[in-house]
Design a binder for this molecule. Sequence first.
Ligand code: ARG
Length: 612
Amino acid sequence: RSSATSSKASISAPPEAKPADKMGDGIGSVKQQISRLFETSLKTTFPDEANTEPMVAISTQKFADYQCNNAMSLFSKIKGKSTDYRNPNSVGQAIARNLPPSDIIESTSVAGPGFVNVVLSSTWVAQYIQSMLLNGIETWAPLLSVKRAVVDFSSPNIAKEMHVGHLRSTIIGDTLARMLEFSKVDVLRRNHVGDWGTQFGMLIEYLFEMFPNWEDVGEQAIGDLQEFYKASKKRFDDDPSFKERAQLAVVQLQGGDMKYRNAWKKICEISRKEFDLVYKRLGVYLEEKGESFYNPYIPGVLEELTQKGLVEESEGARVIFIEGQSIPLIVVKKDGGFNYASTDLAALWYRLNEEKAEWIIYVTDAGQQLHFSMLFSAARKAGWLPENSNLYPKANHVGFGLVLGSDGKRFRTRSSEVVRLAELLDEAKDRSKAELRTRLEDSGKVAEWTDEELEETAEAVGYGAVKYADLKNNRSTNYTFSFEQMLNDKGNTAVYLLYAHARICSIIRKSGKDIKELMKNGTVVLAHPDERILGLHLIHFAEMVEEACINLLPNVICEYLYNLSEIFTRFYTNCKVVGSAEETSRLLLCEATAVVMRKCFHLLGIKPVYKI
Ligand code: ARG
């Protein structure tokens, strides 16, 4: 738990490595709370093995809720030194015996080769849920050991299409940021926009050519920047004198000529407006620090790397050789220009040293895996990151698979060879609106809905469906984009889950009870087996988020959410709620389920729906 900060001798002194994923102060998840009890027991039982980390997991057995798995490895360590223990079971028994008294644990038993099985007290679980209802689900946040993280996501390129890969990056990155933010990490959401590079030469030259009064024209005049890019590329390829001017424009721009810089700014601004529209619709917040931002830092960073002996000359370029890689990381091109890698080195340096981030997370398609692995290796060689990649500060590349169309090829929309995100979102919304209307007409409820409500719900469901379809898969696999599938109201879809949540809200509404009042004066009781199963799944929420954060896997949340709604359905089928003797407690369980579902939606960037 030490939070010692080292005084840095030089700007990039080797970071002080600290163990990953160690608990901070506070309560933490139930698993973390139980781990602490075992930690105490291990320390008193085996004082000579002081560094033993408790290995606690959710039990896979029917008769237990958690288990502690330390006995086997402990036994093999101590058997030569002590005759007190004949086998792993006797070690497990000693660990169980020395657990400090606590309200959490009802009973323990030792089975198998030394597994300590733990049954939680139903009373404690019930109280834990009730206190969450009263004090807010933030009290269930897991504890992570990092204080500040950078999530580098979305990151489209100026004047090029913001394609479906950028949509994946936007959706996955936003969720990762939300998960970490919920876990009290200070997250810097960074849009590493591709706003620099030789393509600006031809864009600027084409701007000058097409619009002599370019300073006054608005984005309407310039119109679609992707088309603009294509047209300028054609000029570049077709006309040698244009090409020459474009190349000179790059030099002018890089030399800081105001006219060229202003033209560059103008082009970036138009792109930014387009990107912002998509972010607004998706409810995603990001702060742009594009490639150009890091330009001034590149020479200093390369200087440092050269002094440390990392940078070598190779075939006219300056490169960093990485062990085990046949091709080096090029940091200065033959022509003396900087590239993607030089920018990323400067950005990584900046994030570690200026922004003091302890965890830097890059969300791009899996195709960039090699780039990031070489970048991180270079950073390790420079001593910016610890050798052990499990220790903080750390850098992770969160790679994701392709989006495929129904033909199994790369996904494209009807109207163009690339997927225009605005069009895609329009279609999702239109389709969900049509389906919602049919559903309401069929159930005779359409008159109870205002146009506004219909619009809002269609948007929440439509955009939610797109996000959920992306997030529910393990991110590293390719997935097939299908509106039919994602808008299905059965199965593991956002539609099903959003409607499930709305139904729980309506159970509570229809009971006529004041739920706030029940929270204060009622009591949660977990007596029926299906009540207990629901209660246990609810209290696993924090450790589920913890796992999703540590492994950077949003699909863990989707899986939990889907299971929750199935477990709730079983509870609701087998346990009468309204009008039963247990009504108060069961309404509170309904409310707790709705609260946890809403937090899952929130983490996934999906707006909940309250009425259906
Ligand atoms: N602009 C890049 C692309 O579209 C993604 C940038 C990712 N972030 C980074 N720091 N390299 O492929």
